[in-house]
Design a protein around this ligand. Structure first.
Ligand SMILES: Cc1cc2nc3c(=O)[nH]c(=O)nc-3n(C[C@H](O)[C@H](O)[C@H](O)COP(=O)(O)OP(=O)(O)OC[C@H]3O[C@@H](n4cnc5c(N)ncnc54)[C@H](O)[C@@H]3O)c2cc1C
Ligand code: FES
Length: 279
């Protein structure tokens, strides 16, 4: 019988440094057949492990249409992620998954899409953003609002400028603490509402970031006319198994690992307030 807990060996092909504590790792499965067939959807995550160190859920940041590799953006916050941060190209890492649900994609065809991210919240959204750009003609206008603490902590700096050149696409950046070179907006991500028209009755929003940011962004989106069911948030919860067996990620009777990590605000607001990091 197949053991769902046995991970697959992947080799780190290349590493992109995003900031002082964050790197993007491009991984290729050692098993060539698996590398060719590995399929996932934007918003899904994998369980990443290092032997003798630990295992953690990490969102897939690459675009499913780019076959043969997987990209993960990882912030060094603890035992495992700090160990991964030290790895070099050619080193080995273990992956199982993909797990969880995904952002709606086909369902939002034809709609205006609004992406709102804070800090390390952009990596999961990048998978959807790249998928949408792959099929640019199938969607309405796109707005990407992205904030970080400092200019250095903005992820995917090289990619963001080309995104803003795409048809009918607006990218707005902000930082809390500017340096001398920063000419853009200063303030939390919700201050970008003053820089663009966010009013809509049928737009769809994708949100990812720290709990406090999510709380204020949802408030702004609702004030701008977004409907509860058109606001999608990806949640982070402590996980163990990642496959609905251990109960660690339980919230309001749902398991974040299988029912999420993506939830609509209609679902989220039914969760008990005391269990919600964003409430
Ligand atoms: C669905 C999902 C997707 C994620 N995607 C990413 C991603 O793309 N990139 C990324 O860098 N991180 C991501 N995370 C968070 C990542 O899983 C944790 O940072 C990781 O578990 C830390 O492991 P560690 O052994 O390095 O830290 P530990 O040594 O276990 O802990 C270090 C610190 O982080 C806190 N912590 C640990 N795990 C979590 C958690 N799940 N939620 C909140 N606080 C936690 C601990 O309380 C402690 O303060 C995601 C989490 C989930 C649930
Ligand atoms: S992590 Fe085990 S049930 Fe979700």
């Amino acid at each position: 019988m197949k053991n769902e807990y046995i991970p697959h060996l992947a080799i780190i092909e290349s590493i992109q440094k995003e900031s002082l504590d964050t790197k993007t790792f491009k991984l290729v499965f050692e098993d060539k057949a698996l590398a060719a067939s590995f399929d996932y959807k934007p918003g899904q995550f994998v369980q990443v492990s290092l032997l003798g160190v630990g295992e953690a859920p990490i969102s897939i940041t690459s675009c499913p249409s780019q076959k043969g590799f997987l990209e993960l953006t990882i912030r060094a916050v603890g035992k495992l992620t700090q160990a991964i941060y030290q790895l070099e190209p050619g080193d080995r890492i273990y992956i199982r998954g993909p797990y969880g649900n995904s952002f709606p994609f086909e369902e939002v065809a034809g709609k205006d899409l609004y992406f709102v991210a804070g800090g390390i919240g952009l990596p999961p959204l990048r998978s959807v953003i790249k998928s949408v750009f792959d099929r640019r003609g199938d969607f309405g206008k796109i707005k990407i609002l992205y904030g970080a603490k400092t200019p250095y902590e903005l992820c995917f700096k090289e990619e963001i400028e080309p995104w803003s050149q795409m048809d009918d696409t607006e990218v707005l950046l902000t930082v809390d603490e500017p340096d001398e070179s920063w000419e853009g907006n200063v303030g939390v991500v919700t201050t970008l509402w003053d820089k663009t028209n966010m009013t809509t009755s049928c737009g769809v929003a994708f949100v990812c970031g720290p709990p406090v940011m999510i709380r204020f962004v949802i408030k702004k989106l609702l004030e701008s006319g977004f409907k509860d069911e058109n606001i999608y948030i990806t949640l982070e919860r402590y996980m163990k198994c990642g496959i609905g067996k251990c109960g660690h990620c339980n919230i309001g009777g749902k398991f974040v690992c299988i029912d999420g990590p993506v939830f609509s605000y209609s679902q989220l607001k039914k969760f008990p307030e005391k269990e919600m990091a964003i409430a």
